[in-house]
Design a protein around this ligand. Structure first.
Ligand code: SF4
Length: 728
């Protein structure tokens, strides 16, 4: 621990102990030893003393043993020459300080100045504790900021207070700096204070900090079932459950240091705007203990980060109704104000992790024109780049969080989202546009919901929304490289090498009976979730839509059917699906939702299959465009002869294994051949089909628009499918 801080804290503790002694003597002199002493309307006596020592203070005489305890805790003042480990003594000094400050504040109720006067509220009674304390337990209030001192000016004070309020934090205020206090600054600005607004002015002295710490102590006693005297559990409860921190604004005096040392015992760190020494290593607090020199514009965010506080944004700031109830809502073309992606314009969505100092929580930028720039029914490019930071964030979690864009953007009434990665499609309805919904709100929704759902791992979220075509294309290339890297992570895993697969039921919002079974060699149909992502998603949210499903005994290895997987499918499809083959599009195929990247369809006369990706808008040899085929196969149905799947699955050794596999592909559009060129050639080589040569044997739209023409092409090209066993 910093010697300078320890020395100051210990000096401050000695000073406060002396003040407590003097106040106590004065109170005894005026009222006598047996005079009752209390904080009003509480059953917790003098709460920190009661909670830590198990000692019930009812009269002034009861403070005597507390004064002895203070003396025993007080370390000697730090020697100028001798260097020692200082953490333990400084923490003891901190605890002695809190006892001394309780004595001082309690005595003020008897001999003045009355802690309740003007804007100052003094101790919270038990009614307030019951009403407000529960919020720290049920998560309605993520924590509190104990602010000591004053901001440099009124505007800064208001800004800090508002930022805390927006994050549902309580602000407990005490002490002064440069002749004013944070509370007085808020009063000057006409800001409403009190328990209702979560801006609580406790008192003008640093000793009033004990009302905040006493409140936390009582939360542990009242809601945590901690027994009086069990100081260790009380402190640990606070460290784990009450996310509080001290914000020191202004000159940090010895007495402030001493109080901050007391707060560190609770795991509450100090964040200061002034240039004081820092204590950065973790230990008693979750992360750093003292962080200094933080600019006012960043101080709330920094405090949240250092305390490891998990913020939930109370309300999603959109001008339309917001509820999961709107998830199934469709926006037809005639109801649409503007759309993005869906093969009409360049679009993508990508979530990435950045270092903590490169993310400004809540920052949303529309880089390019807003939705007002196009006529009703218009189209715009859209690149959604979500940048997150978090102490517990891992790159493995990125796809999981990113995939939730789909769910989050379907919650507002009049906003519709489909697809993922770079095959996404977003629409804003005319009604929602009239109500004020704009591109900017996409960022606000993502910010709020990522905090709401992933608060355990996400500390900060900022969103960039690109709407200029050139920039969207440039950023898309960056994102695309990451998508390729993500897909490559699974290269060496096989379905046989694991005992557990992962389910995904995220798409049940659109297709209520659909269940994706994600295996190492069969990613989710949308292509956004592979087996590792399923595992990461389960780690993040064990009760979420991705559950581990043990395979159990094999029913048929070639079809890809296992006992326990089938049982799971029955249960999760509400009894509508009895069996599922992971490797067949003919026998009990996997259900298709609507988010699949590609559709495979049997072309009976060719003894093979065609594959059409979502981006291909023309007619295909099966007699349907992608959109019509998607309507036929999607919605959570099993449709033998058709299958929705990811692009990556095409080159998997398990690709329709039971139906003849990769060799069955007789038609795919050029765009898919080009996009997957290298992996298709590699897979064909692997199977001894002659790489590029096999690719040329596969028909595309340049040679075949119909099934007959496809047959003609593959016959000429001597495609191996023609000599395979019949598919049915
Ligand atoms: S397609 Fe499958 S893996 Fe992708 S989100 Fe939907 S249910 Fe999950």
């Amino acid at each position: 621990m910093s010697r300078i801080i320890a020395a100051a804290a210990i000096r401050g503790a000695h000073s406060l102990a002396k003040q407590a002694e003097d106040m106590l003597e004065k109170a005894v002199k005026e009222h006598g030893e047996d005079h009752a002493v209390e904080f009003p309307n509480t059953g917790y006596f003098i709460p920190i003393i009661y909670a830590m020592m198990g000692h019930e203070v009812k009269t002034l005489a009861d403070f005597r043993p507390v004064m002895e305890e203070i003396q025993s805790l007080l370390p000697p003042l730090v020697d100028d020459k001798l260097w020692l480990p200082y953490l333990g003594p400084a923490l003891d000094a901190g605890m002695a300080t809190l006892y001394a400050e309780e004595i001082i504040e309690a005595c003020k109720y008897l001999i003045g100045p009355n802690p309740v006067s003007g804007i100052w509220l003094g101790a919270a009674d038990d009614m307030i504790l019951r009403e407000r304390g529960i919020q720290f337990v049920d998560g309605t209030a993520p924590g509190f900021a104990a602010i000591a001192g004053a901001a440099p000016d009124v505007e800064t004070a208001v800004e800090i207070a508002r930022k805390c309020q927006e994050r549902s934090l309580y602000v407990f205020m005490c002490s002064e700096d440069h002749g004013t206090s944070f509370s007085q600054q808020l009063e000057e600005a006409g800001v409403q204070m009190g328990w209702e607004t979560r801006l609580v002015p406790f008192g003008p002295d640093i000793t009033a900090a004990i009302y905040a710490l006493g409140f936390a102590t009582r939360v542990a006693l009242s809601f945590g079932g901690v027994q009086p005297g069990d100081f260790r559990r009380n402190l640990l409860y606070n460290k784990a459950r009450v996310f509080a921190f001290v914000m020191a604004l202004g000159k940090v005096t010895d007495e402030w240091y001493a109080t901050a040392a007391g707060a560190i015992n609770f795991g509450f760190p100090t964040i200061a705007d002034s240039d004081i020494p820092e204590i950065l290593p973790t230990g008693v607090c979750t992360y750093e203990h003292v962080v200094s020199n933080v600019p006012h514009s960043e101080i709330v965010e920094k405090a949240i980060e250092v305390r490891g506080l998990k913020i939930k944004v109370a309300e999603v700031p959109v001008p339309v109704a917001f509820s999961p109830a709107f998830e199934g809502e469709r926006i037809r073309k005639e109801e649409m104000q503007v759309e993005f992606g869906g093969n009409r314009t360049p679009a993508f969505e990508w979530l990435t992790t950045l270092p903590m100092d490169q993310v400004e929580d809540g920052k949303v930028e529309v880089i390019g024109p807003e939705a007002d720039s196009v006529e009703e029914g218009g189209q715009m490019p859209l690149g959604i780049v979500i940048e997150v930071a978090g102490r517990k964030m891992q790159p493995d979690f990125e796809p999981v969080l990113e995939r939730h864009t789909h769910t989050f953007l379907n919650h507002p009434q009049g906003l519709w989202h489909m697809g993922q990665r770079d095959i996404n499609w977003v629409r804003i309805s005319k009604d929602a546009f009239k109500a004020g919904l704009r591109i900017e709100h996409i960022g606000k929704i993502l910010h709020a919901m990522l905090h709401e759902v992933f608060s355990v791992i996400v500390d900060k979220v900022q969103v960039k929304l690109y709407t200029e075509e050139e920039k969207v294309i440039e950023m898309h290339e960056k994102a695309r490289q990451v998508f390729v890297e993500r897909d490559a992570r699974l290269a060496d895993m096989t379905d046989e090498s694991v005992d557990v697969f992962y389910s995904c039921t995220l798409c049940q919002s659109f297709a209520p009976n659909h269940v994706c079974i994600i295996t190492p060699q069969h990613p989710g149909l949308c292509g956004a979730y592979n087996w590792l992502d399923g595992r990461a998603a389960y780690e993040i949210n064990p009760a979420g839509p991705n559950q581990p499903v043990p395979k159990g005994a094999a029913v048929d290895e070639t079809l890809g059917q296992w006992e326990k997987i089938n049982q799971f499918i029955v249960e999760k499809s509400q009894g509508t699906i009895e069996r599922m083959s992971a490797y067949s599009m003919i026998t009990d195929p996997m259900t298709s939702c609507g988010c699949f990247e590609c559709i495979s369809a049997v072309l009976p006369s060719t003894n093979g299959i065609m594959i059409v990706p979502r981006e291909y808008a023309e007619m295909t040899p099966c007699g349907m465009k992608f959109s019509t085929a998607a309507g036929t196969v999607g919605g959570g149905r099993q449709t033998p002869g058709f299958s929705g799947h990811s692009r990556q699955y095409i080159v998997s050794p398990k690709f329709i294994l039971a139906d003849g596999g990769f060799k069955r592909i007789v038609w795919m559009p050029k765009m898919l051949k080009e996009a997957l060129h290298d992996v298709l050639v590699a897979r064909a080589d692997e199977l001894g089909l002659g790489g590029e040569e096999f690719l040329n044997r596969i028909a595309d739209e340049s040679v075949a628009a119909t099934e007959e023409e496809a047959l003609e092409h593959i016959t000429k090209a001597e495609h191996p499918a023609l000599t395979m066993d019949p598919m049915f």
